[in-house]
Write a protein that binds this ligand. Structure first.
Ligand SMILES: NC(=O)c1ccc[n+]([C@@H]2O[C@H](COP(=O)([O-])OP(=O)(O)OC[C@H]3O[C@@H](n4cnc5c(N)ncnc54)[C@H](OP(=O)(O)O)[C@@H]3O)[C@@H](O)[C@H]2O)c1
Length: 247
C-alpha cells in the first residue's frame, strides 16, 4: 500500500464507453485510476491502453452485481491506497426496453441489480476508504430518463419510450443519491446524466448503438466536473454538462 498525495479514483464499468473516457480524463489529471471491469480481459485491454499513454491505471476486476466481486475489488484497491478520493458508479445496464404491459419482475430485477443495487453494493463496501479521504466524492452516473421532469415532458423523446426497468432504476438511483447526501454530509454525492437534457442529446456508446449525438468526451463532462469539485462543492444535486437538471 502506498500513501501518497496522488488523488485516487475508482470507476466502475471503466473498460469502455463513458467509464473508460472518465478514467482516461482523470488519469490525464495525474490521478491514480482504478479501472473497474467485470471481464478481466476487457479490463486488461483498457488498462493496457491507459498505461501505454503514460497514465497510472490499475485493473480492478469488479462485477457490481456480485457481493463477492465487490469485496474482492475492495481488497485490490486497499493494496494500493488507504483512502479513496472519488468513486464513480458508472457501470450500468440498459435492459431490453420491454413494454410495461409485458415487463416482468425478473426483467426489472436484472436491471436494478446493475443500476441500483450495484452502486449501493460498491458505495457501501468502499465507504471506509472514502471516509479516510479529505474531500471524498461519489458520482452516480444516472440518466435523464430517470427524471420525472423529463419523462413527463412530451417534448422529450424519452417520454414516449415505453419501458419500466431502465428509467425507474435511474429514478431510484437519483433518490439514493439524495439520501446518501443527506445522511453522510462528509462525502459529496451527486448524480449526473451524460447528455444535454435541454437539447435531447446523449453520448454515442455501445449502450445506444452509437446513436448519440455527443462524443464520450462531451458525455463525461458532468462526471469529471463532479469528480473534481472542491471542499465547497455541492452535494445531493443532479446535473448534465449544461448545468442542473430538474429531478
Ligand atoms: N451514453 C449515454 O449518453 C448515457 C445516457 C444516460 C445514462 N448513461 C449511463 O452511463 C453509464 C455508462 O454507459 P455507457 O453509455 O458508457 O455504456 P457502455 O459503453 O455500454 O458501457 C457500460 C459499462 O458498464 C459495464 N457494466 C455493465 N454491467 C456491469 C456489471 N454488472 N458490473 C460491472 N460493469 C458492468 C459494461 O461492461 P461490459 O463491457 O463488460 O459489458 C461497460 O463497461 C451507464 O450507467 C448508463 O446508464 C449513458
Amino acid at each position: 500500500m502506498s500513501n501518497t498525495a496522488q488523488t485516487t479514483a475508482l470507476v466502475t464499468g471503466a473498460n469502455k464507453g463513458l467509464g473508460y473516457e472518465a478514467a482516461r480524463r482523470l488519469g490525464e489529471l495525474g490521478w491514480k485510476v482504478f479501472v473497474g471491469a467485470r471481464d478481466a480481459d476487457r479490463g486488461r485491454a483498457a488498462v493496457g491502453k491507459l498505461t501505454a499513454d503514460g497514465l497510472d491505471a490499475v485493473l480492478v476486476p469488479l462485477d457490481v452485481t456480485s457481493d463477492e466481486s465487490v469485496a474482492d475489488a475492495l481488497q485490490v484497491v486497499a493494496k494500493h491506497t488507504d483512502r479513496l478520493d472519488v468513486l464513480i458508479n458508472n457501470a450500468g445496464a440498459p435492459g431490453h426496453a420491454v413494454h410495461p404491459g409485458e415487463a416482468t419482475a425478473d426483467e426489472l430485477h436484472a436491471v436494478y441489480d446493475a443500476n441500483v443495487y450495484g452502486p449501493v453494493r460498491v458505495t457501501h463496501a468502499f465507504l471506509p476508504l472514502l471516509q479516510a479521504a479529505e474531500n471524498p466524492r461519489v458520482v452516480m452516473v444516472s440518466s435523464a430518463g430517470g427524471a420525472f421532469s423529463v419523462v413527463l415532458d412530451p417534448e422529450q423523446p424519452v417520454s414516449n419510450l415505453h419501458e419500466l426497468a431502465y428509467s425507474s432504476s435511474k429514478a431510484a438511483l437519483n433518490m439514493i443519491t439524495v439520501r446518501y447526501a443527506k445522511a453522510l454530509p462528509n462525502i459529496k454525492f451527486n448524480a449526473v446524466t451524460p447528455g444535454e437534457t435541454a437539447n435531447h442529446t446523449f453520448a454515442a456508446t455501445d449502450m445506444n448503438n452509437h446513436k448519440g449525438q455527443l462524443t464520450v468526451t462531451q458525455g463525461t463532462d458532468s462526471i469529471i466536473r463532479m469528480a473534481t469539485i472542491g471542499p465547497d462543492g455541492p452535494t445531493g444535486t443532479f446535473e448534465d454538462r449544461l448545468g442542473p437538471v430538474d429531478w
